[in-house]
Design a protein. Structure first.
Length: 109
């Protein structure tokens, strides 16, 4: 290699290095974009499930609100008695859980 060819070799090496760096940068951008697309798709899938659960909860709250509006205290008491008679075990478990949660809430206050 002569002194006259050194600048030419350096220019070629620099050009090849720039091409490799540009290719690596492009491939990295593509990989990041693909990863972001995948994350967005997973969030959309999860968001649909959360939105569905929120709508279900809102529907149940609306049904409960309509029940309270349409029934007087006596009718609600009779309905509660019917539920206790039909499902005594579940009512006892619910009362225990509710008591436990109330106890914890009052203890923290």
């Amino acid at each position: 290699m002569t002194n006259a060819s050194i600048p030419s070799h350096l220019a070629d090496a620099s050009s090849r290095l720039q091409d490799k760096a540009s290719g690596a940068l492009h491939n990295g951008r593509i990989a990041v974009a693909d990863g972001l697309d995948g994350a967005a798709a997973r969030l959309n899938d999860g968001g649909d499930r959360v939105a569905g659960a929120a709508h279900d909860a809102a529907d149940k709250l609306e049904v409960s609100a309509n029940y309270v509006r349409k029934n007087n205290r006596g009718a609600m008491l009779r309905d509660m008695q019917d539920i206790v008679k039909a499902h005594p075990g579940k009512v006892v478990i619910g009362a225990v859980v509710l008591g436990f949660l109330a106890g914890r809430a009052f203890r923290r206050s």
